[in-house]
Design a binder for this molecule. Sequence first.
Ligand code: BG6
Length: 490
Amino acid sequence: TEKPAGLIMIFGATGDLAKRKLFPSLYRLYKKGNLSEQFAVVGVARRPLTNEEFQASVKTSVENAIEDHKDLDDFVSHFYYHSHDVTDSSSYQTLKGIASDLDRHYSLEGNRIFYLAMAPEFFGTIAEHLKTDGLTDVSGFKRLVIEKPFGHDLESAKELNERIRKAFSEDEIYRIDHYLGKEMVQNIEVIRFANAIFEPLWNNRYISNIQVTSSEVLGVEERGRYYETSGALRDMVQNHMLQMVALLAMEPPIRLNTDEIRSEKVKVLRAMRTIKGDEVKDAFVRGQYGAGEMDGNAVPAYRKETMVNPESNTETFVAGKLLIDNFRWAGVPFYIRTGKRMAAKSTKIVIQFKDIPMNLYYGTEQTLNPNLLVIHIQPEEGITLYLNAQKSGQNMEATPVKLNFANKGTAGMNTPEAYERLLYDCMRGDATNFTHWNEVALSWSFVDNISEVWENTKAENFPNYESGTMGPRGADLLLEKDGFFWWPVT
Ligand code: BG6
């Protein structure tokens, strides 16, 4: 059904993600009538809180995120709290009791969603306890929603996967990649497969290169401890960037359902050319931000941030050139670029078409620009098609024109809307916009080859880009070598 009854158990209920994204998203679903009246939420975290205190904190989170608070009291009355010790069976037993009571009280039909929104080192432990302590013995469905990072490399991801698979089958596991919840990321498929004019051109005969940029303005903030073990490659490339590439490059699935879409994405990841050893320096560029000025304020270098090693070798920027060795894409570079403390907060995809076979407009003032299709993921949402056309009144002169389509602009980035969609999908049992284990495994094996080289060779030139810029010079050279440049995104 579209509105199944159920219990949502959130591990990490006092954390940032729960407060900023999950509670506001649940509230939106509730207000839209997309949440069954038969729902309850149990917040689970270490610190002691009463149900009332927890409900008050849920209320505050919603009020901070959303202006109109109709029925907020009614909404938070469905929230309960359990102060939990993740390694203690008796604590899970108590939780099981709470869950059974709520199941009866709200007629939840034995449906349960376990949402792990906390420190990843406990993901495996919790999943195992959920099973051994009987919380997964339910009469309805049981689902595990798991936040990133899903492992640190292929080996640890495998180990984690084996542990959670003891308690949940693959189709009960919903691995979050919040980029897959973004409106315009989901729109990639629609743009490609619902239009007659793009798909015939969507290949190496007509596309010269594809550029995917996800730049951020913020630095590492309070996440130094995690980020030092991660870096931009693991934090952004292994998941969000490769997911976008997979959606751009995949073959049309025979049906728009979970299995078919995922299997096409997996094929792209399998076709991605391995880059390892000496090849890494030719295809990938790493960067780390130095001090700079942003919006008129001086900001510190990455190495000066809290919980960061003053000689850190961690990359806060990555640019790379990916090649997909299949019939459709042979010879077409996919350039990706992401980093912190860059000039703008922006995620954009530029598809650059090949030049026309012969330019009849030489001698005019302007050189002919290639056709570009730009997919604006955030902060603007929409698409722009760059064409050449004749300026009115002037004969035979080609000028660039823009065809613009803007989706309703949403305020802010990483908005709860992505989480709202993903939560709703999970409740309805639609795993399409979550990553399958095969995708995770393939992306890790791709990324591991690069991390291996970077971890074993110190980046002598760090910091190599100033805060507030578009990254190190090397990222531009990566395209210049091939006769291209990054189309401006700001
Ligand atoms: C997260 C990363 O997955 O994505 C963060 O861990 C990053 O480091 C964030 O800031 C970016 O998400 P968005 O939606 O703001 O582009």
